[in-house]
Ligand binder design. Sequence first.
Ligand code: IPM
Ligand code: MN
Length: 354
Amino acid sequence: MHAEIVVLPGDGIGPEVAAAAVAVLEAVATRFNHTFNFNEHDIGGIAIDRHGEPLPASTLDACRAADAILLGAVGGPKWSDPNAKVRPEQGLLAIRRALGLYANLRPVRTHEAALGASPIKAELLRGVDFVVVRELTGGIYFGEKTRTADAASDLCSYSVVEIERVLRSAFQLARQRRGRVTSVDKANVLETSRLWRDVATRLGRDEFPDVALEHQLVDSMAMHLLAKPREYDVIVTENMFGDILTDEASMLAGSLGLLPSASLGEPGSVGIYEPIHGSAPDIAGKGIANPYATIFSAAMLLRHSLGLEAEAAAVEAAVHAALDAGVFTADLAVAGSAVSTTQATAAVLERLQG
Ligand code: IPM
Ligand code: MN
């Protein structure tokens, strides 16, 4: 097949990990007889520098016309003056919103060979396999913000439609997996959470009676995620809770550098694929960033946007094989020597079977 892929490398380690994933996609194209055309555009801090805004119209237009979007990361100290009018992160939030990407899938799996990199006991980690479905275009991230000299506010609001659509994504995903949904909220305190819980209960009863639904409060969920991570199949939650819980969940896998994501909208709309980690300015330019999260994200791109399941599985298998062989970047290497971004990428390419 032919696919037009927009690449948004962004800032910090973004360009390094995006290049790794592009190399893997190029190898997939060669080995499976596809043609992928890559076009790079600016987003985040680099876009502020070059265009004066974090999401230039040219970038958004290219994204709308693409079959899929691969993104590195945005942000960095250069642009993080708290009083700055424009921030790199606004570009990321704006593109998610402009493309209507309300469902952010963040799969969390442990890898036998990397269990030692996690601070959690190995016996709790073996076989962990869940997906967090994070609502991505609503809630406190997008509500009205106010700021005066001595006060500030961020509004959290959700409509029934916004809650229903992301919950449906989660229920449908659970049907293809182990049939269990855990809906996470703070219904003992927040009105938006009480609405969320009502909608989840109604959808579960009326549309997905075959899926087992449980509700969890976000604070106790933060604990359960570490105490019994194997129990979970699909976890669905609002924007900010999902942001926080998935950074926590990355410690199960051993590193933030292993977790990919797919941001999806209505069927047929273009998706964004990006690692859940940030731009890691402290290690940017050193060639030591872990490329696996972005390579796993490229696998999700193949699966969800291009419908290339065998290719996606081949990429995932190649990363697993590299991990099994102990090819670890510094974030994963507990003892022993760490490889560079390029070496880790080469190890994946070597193991990619056509
Ligand atoms: C993420 C990031 C972003 C978010 C930031 C960079 C705006 O932390 O994708 O998880 O909070 O959504
Ligand atoms: Mn985050």
